[in-house]
Write a protein that binds this ligand. Structure first.
Ligand SMILES: [Zn+2]
Length: 260
């Protein structure tokens, strides 16, 4: 099955045009899994409607093909229990803040009306990741303006909140999500991308992420962020805006690590 048809059928099997509570927007199929799969699993278990929007089909990848990665992303979506897995079909390696990209993003945001967006950080060293973050920020704002892209006939939405996944040690997390119960599920979602990661039988060229140690590194990172709040596994997020706390006592009496 071709990629277009596969995506169309994916949209059908995952209820086309349903509203979502949470949408994770990352550049390449597998980025969302590597970064925030634990948080997506946790939100699903709490009853929220979750979705992932991949900006590209990952066609620049050294290993696998866009068709294989589309199939793998479907399998990962099943593991994560996603309500929607979408693809914006931007050019891999060439994502940039263009009017076309912003408009396409605004249309998805308006159709799905998520209240919370997860994406990469604008200071990410991968140009695609940095551009994705900027497109998300700009589109989230534009989606609230009634006159922007009015001809498409999709109503403006209230601006969703945006939380950026933390990778660099230079970015201090605004909060860390305890994903201890979902660490195993996260690794299973990542392993759905069999073409990308370590396999003893693979004859494909080796890359940094296909080395045996890479998945251990991902797991180590998740354990490290967990250690910062005194739990087994965590995922860190940065929010540019000030967080509005209802009950400071409840917040401050949760488990912490005084050595964090
Ligand atoms: Zn990526």
């Amino acid at each position: 099955m071709g990629y277009q048809r596969r995506c169309t059928s994916l949209k059908k099997t995952m209820s086309a045009e349903t509203h979502l509570d949470v949408l994770a927007v990352f550049s390449h199929p597998d980025d969302a899994e590597l970064t925030i799969a634990g948080t997506l699993l946790k939100l699903k278990s709490l009853g929220y409607r979750t979705g992932v929007l991949d900006m590209t089909r990952g066609e620049m990848g050294t290993r696998g093909t866009p068709e294989i990665r589309a199939k793998e992303s479907l399998e990962a979506a099943r593991v994560l229990g996603l309500d929607a897995r979408l693809n914006l079909e931007q050019p891999d390696g060439h994502i940039s803040v263009t009017e076309d990209a912003r408009r396409a993003m605004v249309r998805v945001l308006r159709a799905r009306a998520p209240r919370v967006l997860f994406t990469s950080h604008w200071d990410d060293p991968h140009p695609d990741h940095a551009a994705t973050s900027r497109i998300v920020r700009e589109a989230a704002r534009l989606a609230t303006m009634r006159r922007y892209d009015e001809d498409a006939g999709i109503s403006a939405i209230k601006m969703p909140a945006i939380a950026h996944a933390v990778y660099s040690r230079l970015t201090v997390p605004s909060f860390i999500v305890d994903v201890s119960e979902f660490a195993e599920g996260k690794m299973n979602a990542i392993r759905a991308y069999a073409s990308q990661f370590y396999s003893a039988h693979s004859t494909e060229p080796a890359t940094r992420i296909s080395e045996q140690g890479f998945l251990r590194e991902i797991e180590g990172r998740m354990r490290y962020y967990g250690s910062l709040i005194g739990v087994e596994a965590g995922e860190g997020f940065y929010v540019r805006e000030a967080l509005n706390v209802e009950d400071p006592f409840a917040l401050l009496t949760r488990r912490m690590n005084i050595y964090s």
